[in-house]
Design a protein around this ligand. Structure first.
Ligand SMILES: [Mn+2]
Length: 357
């Protein structure tokens, strides 16, 4: 296991590489070319420059999150092959620059969905939160406007204003796409990219849909054990793998997180570990990483990762906004640093207790 932090690049992140390097035990970053659009080829020059920036700060790139998938690929429009060719070219360039992990998602229209970006908790911290009642009351085309005031001036992944301006058009594109069609389009994409992944040993790690159910009537497939195992079995290649995100699969209380981890042995290439606090089955908020602050047993999650021999990068996921920090919601320095430290502590205890048996 390698502890990492997500980094959006100097132009977009409020957190610096130097700050990340000072978190005990964090040796790598998970990063991206944040200003590229889905479907665009990442040039080797830009990848090389990103690597140089990270390495000059004494860290290294542990993986990319994300190389976004163009809607034509998810919808399966006649021009999808052109965009898949571009994706393959990006993977080739990443492989040639010695990058071997790519996180992506296959969510239609919206990336992760929250209804509040700054819900105040009793201790005064603010967190991202979700209530089904709020989603049910929102016109999806207005979704962005409802949260735009709380982004602290940052651009949130998947919620770029240019993308949100096209939301109506996007809904129209997906009107004939149901779960099965989305699955078939995912398989088509994976079959086409597996050769380049094999050539350069690039592990693809799909991020689950968040929340793990359909929102606004859109199809959602990466939501539970049954579906993710179907995906793993259909394209049965080690390079077709998973980002295990406890906070996303965990939105559905029927998902048994340690059991899911154990069923995905060998196919989890990257892990996001965070906690949620449920106030009711359809109202949750993003708690501190500590087990007792939320609804998940974080020890059991880390223990399951240890038991399957997980050796990829892990990162604390969204953190609370604390100590007066102003940052991209979920992506401040302080609470993610606390999360990394706590997860490292759990891991050290698990490793030592197992080795001394
Ligand atoms: Mn995640």
């Amino acid at each position: 296991m390698e502890m990492t932090l997500r980094y959006y690049g100097a132009k977009f992140d409020t957190v610096t590489l130097e700050q990340i390097r000072q978190i005990p035990g964090v040796t790598g970053v998970i990063t991206t070319l944040y200003d590229t659009t889905p479907g665009e080829v990442w040039s080797r020059e830009r990848i090389r420059a990103l690597k140089a920036e990270v390495e000059s700060a004494g860290l290294h790139i542990s993986g990319i999150e994300s190389v976004n998938v163009h809607d034509a690929i998810k919808v399966g429009t006649p021009d999808r092959d052109k965009y898949i060719d571009n994706y393959i070219e990006t993977l080739e360039n990443l492989g040639q620059e010695d990058i071997h992990l790519v996180c992506y998602n296959f969510m239609p229209v919206f990336d992760w969905t929250r209804t509040e970006l700054a819900r105040k908790r009793p201790d005064g911290s603010t967190v991202l939160a979700y209530t089904q009642a709020a989603v049910d009351a929102i016109n999806p085309e207005k979704m962005f406007e409802t949260i735009a005031g709380d982004t602290n001036g940052t651009v949130m992944p998947g919620w770029e204003p240019e993308r949100m301006a096209k939301v109506k058009e996007l809904f129209e594109m997906y009107k004939d796409v149901d779960d099965e069609k989305l699955f078939q389009n995912l398989f088509y994409f994976l079959e086409r990219i597996m050769p380049v992944c094999n050539k350069y040993d690039i592990k693809m790690a799909i991020h689950p849909d968040d929340p793990a159910w359909s929102v606004f009537g859109l199809p959602r497939i990466i939501i539970n054990k049954k579906n993710i195992l179907r995906m793993m079995e259909t394209v049965n290649d080690i390079h077709n793998g998973v980002t295990f995100c406890s906070g996303s699969y965990g939105t559905n209380l029927e998902n048994d997180l340690p059991d899911m981890i154990r069923s995905l042995k060998g196919r989890i290439h990257f892990a996001h570990v965070r906690n949620l606090k449920f106030n009711s089955p359809d109202d949750f908020e993003e708690a501190a990483h500590l087990s007792s602050d939320g609804s998940f047993d974080m020890y059991e999650i880390m223990k399951a990762l240890y038991d399957i021999g997980f050796d990829g990068p892990i990162r604390p996921d969204h953190g609370r906004m604390i100590w007066g920090e102003k940052a991209m919601p979920g992506y401040g320095l302080y609470d993610r640093a606390l999360g990394a430290t706590y997860l490292n502590g759990l891991w050290e205890a698990i490793v030592k207790s197992q080795e001394r048996k």
